[in-house]
Design a protein around this ligand. Sequence first.
Ligand code: G3H
Ligand code: 13P
Ligand code: ZN
Ligand code: NA
Length: 309
Amino acid sequence: MLVTSKEMFRKAYEGGYAIGAFNVNNMEIIQGITEAAKETMSPLILQVSAGARKYAKHVYLMKLIEAAIEDTGLPICVHLDHGEDFEICKSCIDGGFTSVMIDGSKHSFKDNIRLTKQVVDYAHEKGVVVEGELGRLAGIEDAVNVSAEDSSYTDPGQVEEFVRSTGVDSLAIAIGTSHGAYKFKPGQKPQLRFDILEEVEKRLPGFPIVLHGASSVIPEYVAQINEFGGAMPNAIGVPEDMLRKAAHMAVCKINIDSDLRLAMTAGVRKHLAEHPDHFDPRQYLTPGRDNIRALVAHKMIHVLGCNGK
Ligand code: G3H
Ligand code: 13P
Ligand code: ZN
Ligand code: NA
């Protein structure tokens, strides 16, 4: 069944855990993630970026997710990741998604409110939920590459007015995470502004918060990529204990994409390096998909705490 994240977030908030929102781009990724969710009996959000829709086409991803629902029997929320304007949100709502993000964080506070409210009005009419964003993450977001200087933490003083005047169902905040595989400089101690999260939590009691850029950039996969022909020196992510801490707090949705990419790439690279004669994609995509299943099960049980929920 296709579901929204409404009930998932309510239970996650009360239970002190978080739901994983995993980015999907093809069949193997969708299968690896949904097999893990079934295995661990976890609630699940699959999210699709503008880039994913461009790569695979909306209809293919939607049909693959519907196939996964039929195959596993899981309730799944299908979410647009980083919608940048009203049109893409509308297109995803009309195309069957149950949740959209309108990322107005690059606009002024006033324009962000105006744009977000426009999306909320359209979405709610159709029973679709909306995630908004306040504050800017550093790193690569689809078309926009936000430099560290242009990024800024969420101002807790703005969150009540934003939520009240837009009607959003959840809010993404910037507390020091960033997109991609290079989140902290080598030698720099990874740090997140939990004081900001606490302040937001105080001002919005019971309201679900979203953490983007939350891959831990699993060192084992980075090492495997580097061992088998890759070159990703200094790839660093968010330590798992920080993610566990956030999941215990108001954070109800934790976004993970880079870790999936690393897991898939590590599996493919190792296989091809060890079997230079193989040329059947099924041979090398199988270990990629297996890695994704193992990674997602690990996240659900040991980081998000959403297994069995
Ligand atoms: O926030 C970015 C996500 O990792 C999606 O990345 O835009 O390359 O599909 P993408
Ligand atoms: P990562 O790059 O840390 O996986 O973040 C993904 C994300 O926030 C998607 O919206
Ligand atoms: Zn993101
Ligand atoms: Na939580």
